[in-house]
Design a protein around this ligand. Structure first.
Ligand code: NAD
Length: 677
């Protein structure tokens, strides 16, 4: 292996260069090379200053994630950085691309940082359930203040070079095309001056003078960081930077870091990091499959889903023609799209021109002929096989050959839908989630005859519109809804056996879901799909609707709501449920939260195992990707399949047995093997 670190001289400045494609990750050879070059620069009297820069597309973009979990190989990054900062010859980081994580920590240990305007800096460790581990949480607040450091350490999103300059993280902006020359000139201008060290900075005193900033920050982020360990550790570390001397602060950071590194959350989040990338690969579709250009999209149905689906493409600059049966439905649909964009603009996340730009790409129509030249048409009409088949037969007649015909169906058989056309190879499911312009997940449903280029194009398109895609085979409900179904069944069974419905919601909330099924029912409206006959009472839902308990919008549903929409359990609902249970002769008993949790979640794992056994999912981690992005499964547990392995598949099997629930042979087999593999 060639040495990734080299150096050359520009007069009295030593330029240290990293060349470790693709992202100059800070692997062992890079760390050792940096240390060696810094020591050489210090030992050479002719060298008066040093510049550190990277070849290729970016500055050090972080740690070498493949080294995670392996025995550490010296020198550690902290040791290299301490040596760098201790230098009394000025060391300048010259940044292009991204300086992330360890890369940002390298920059912080340099005495100065110069960056090209397109560069970004950040500490994204929190996104892997960690905090920076090479003194980043200690140097950054000393350099820019605790208040400016908090969002960087705890939020994990990178900031622009300009913003970095404004907060004092970057000393000067330099030319995009003259990085080395400008950095060398900058370094030369600092020769002979005492070097400023971030570890000796005092900007962190803002947090000591006004310690309330930490709680305020925590409070503001409460929803986003609920359940996650790393953000709280990040806040603690930044706070410690104000309270402790540098060396002790670094020790504190180390303790917090090690606790996270050895904990389950970071393992789960690192699993997810790889899972999302793996989900992008379809095992038997070659990576070089030619893609079908998608320049114009058609959407059938301007309802809840059709509108949201259209927005994805409009926002990505792809023209959309949306079709409805009646003018008023079309007007309502396009009106909703406009209103959504305008609301985004009101919140400052879009300009008025951008709204008009997106709307300018939208055409409404009642005529199928207007879809003739679309490269992709997505159907989002009622969930009814006959209606869907009629739509696909019509599409087959009018839409040009070679176009992709997709259904947004939630449960229906995509292979059967494809039989309505003479081109089943071009048919697949593109299952978006509601609200379709917001939810990250796209389930790509692969029909028996779906062509490779149709799949590969859909994958690429998902990326283009900012979705996380996972492939599912054709089965009722695909991956996501199929696994939701046993959970819903158990929720229903549990309340009939005497469990409190609010306990069910609370169990899921405590597990980390944003909401439980009964809260969800109230939010969506209990009257969705209701037959509207208050005398016909066959389900608990019918009884709720008959009493006007339509959900949040009515101030009462499963729960009673106050004006701020805070929920409290309802006596009336309890009585309705008890009456139903009595009618069905179900004996009532008290049911604790452990049983509730096991009965809600273990059957999902069992269903997931069946999905794997039937090869409806390519890999267990794809199932995790679906549930984290489509259903609010907490990221910090890694998804249902990873979580099941964390608690042990044998625990899941024995739990299912204990509750008299079915256990698939495949789950038993995998439990014996010790995991999904
Ligand atoms: P919706 O009732 O809000 O919208 C359906 C729209 O399709 C209506 O505006 C209707 O006028 C129109 N339509 C019906 N038949 C048509 C036809 N023959 N030609 C043209 N337009 C027609 O329904 P939705 O919630 O948007 O659901 C649409 C599809 O998306 C369903 O298959 C559903 O299962 C699926 N889906 C829904 C959700 C969800 O949460 N709502 C999530 C994922 C998938």
């Amino acid at each position: 292996m060639t040495d990734p670190i080299s150096s050359h001289r520009d007069g009295d400045v030593l330029v240290v260069v990293s060349n470790n494609p693709p992202v100059n990750a800070l692997g062992q050879a890079v760390r050792a090379g940096l240390k060696r070059e810094i020591e050489a620069g210090l030992a050479d009297d002719a060298v008066k200053a040093m510049v550190i820069r990277c070849d290729g597309r970016t500055f050090f973009a972080g740690a070498d994630i493949t080294e995670f979990g392996k025995p550490p190989q010296g020198p550690g990054l902290g040791e290299v950085l301490d040596a760098m900062e201790a230098s009394d010859k000025p060391v300048v980081a010259a940044i292009h691309g991204t300086a992330l994580g360890g890369g940002c920590e390298v920059a912080l240990a340099c005495h100065y940082r110069v960056a090209v305007p397109s560069a970004k800096l950040g500490l994204p460790e929190v996104k892997l359930g960690l905090i920076p581990g090479a003194a980043g949480t200690q140097r950054l607040p000393r350099l820019v203040g605790a208040e400016a450091a908090l969002p960087i350490v705890v939020g994990g999103d990178p900031i622009s070079a300009k913003k970095a300059q404004a907060i004092g993280l970057v000393d000067a902006l330099i030319g995009e095309d003259s990085l080395e020359a400008d950095a060398v000139a900058f370094a030369r201008s600092k020769i002979g001056q005492p070097v400023p060290r971030a570890s000796e900075g005092t900007a962190n005193q803002d947090g000591v003078k006004n310690p309330a900033i930490f709680d305020e920050f925590r409070h503001k982020q409460a929803r986003k960081i609920r359940g996650f360990d790393a953000p709280n550790a990040g806040i603690e570390a930044v706070k410690a930077a104000g309270e402790l001397p540098f060396a002790e602060g670094v020790k504190k950071e180390r303790e917090l870091f090690m606790k996270l590194m050895t904990g389950t959350q970071s393992a789960a989040m690192r699993h997810y990091f790889f899972a999302e990338r793996a989900a992008n690969k379809i095992d038997d579709v070659p990576a070089d499959t030619p893609l079908i250009p998608i320049k114009k999209v058609g959407v059938i149905g301007a309802g809840t889903m059709g509108g949201g689906i259209s927005m994805n493409f409009l926002s990505a600059g792809i023209p959309v023609t949306i079709l409805e049966m009646q003018q008023d439905a079309l007007d309502r649909g396009t009106g909703t799209i406009r209103k959504n964009y305008e609301n985004t603009a009101k919140r400052g996340r879009m300009t008025a021109e951008q709204v008009e730009g997106a709307m300018g790409l939208l055409t409404g129509t009642l005529a199928y002929e207007d879809l003739a030249d679309c490269d992709l048409v997505i159907e989002a009409v009622y969930e009814n096989m006959d209606v869907k088949k009629q739509v696909f037969a019509k599409l087959d007649e009018v839409v040009k050959q070679g176009a992709i015909l997709a259904s947004n169906t939630s449960y229906l058989n995509v292979d059967e839908i494809a039989t309505a056309t003479k081109r089943p190879g071009y048919v697949l499911g593109l299952h978006f989630f509601s609200p379709a312009n917001v939810m990250k997940l796209l389930e790509i449903v692969r029909g028996e005859k779906t062509r490779d280029d149709v799949l590969a194009t859909s994958m690429a398109l998902a990326k283009k519109i900012g979705k996380v895609a996972a492939v599912s085979g054709v089965c009722p409900g695909f991956i996501g809804n199929r696994m939701l179904s046993p959970r819903q069944q158990q929720a229903q069974a549990l309340i009939m056996e005497g469990a409190n419905y609010w306990d069910i919601d609370d169990v899921l909330l405590e597990f980390g879901f944003p909401m439980g099924p009964f809260q969800m029912g109230d939010l969506a409206g209990t009257d969705i799909g209701w037959h509207r006959d208050p005398t016909k009472i066959e389900t608990i839902r019918d009884a709720l609707c008959a009493k006007g308990r339509f959900g949040q919008k009515a101030g009462k549903g499963y729960y009673d709501y106050d004006e701020a929409r805070n929920r409290t359990p309802s006596e009336e609902t309890k009585a309705i449920i008890a009456e139903f249970a009595a009618k069905e002769g179900k004996p009532q008993r008290e049911i604790g939260k452990d049983e509730i949790r096991e009965r809600l979640l273990y059957p999902m794992v069992n269903e997931g195992a069946k999905i794997l056994d039937e090869k409806m999912a390519q890999r267990a981690s794809d199932i995790d990707v679906v549930w984290i992005n489509g259903y609010g499964w907490p990221l910090y547990t890694g998804g249902p399949m990873f979580w099941a392995q964390t608690i042990g598949l044998d625990t899941v099997v024995s739990g299912l047995e204990k509750h008299g629930l079915p256990v698939s042979d495949y789950l038993r087999e995998r439990a014996k093997a010790g995991g999904f593999g």
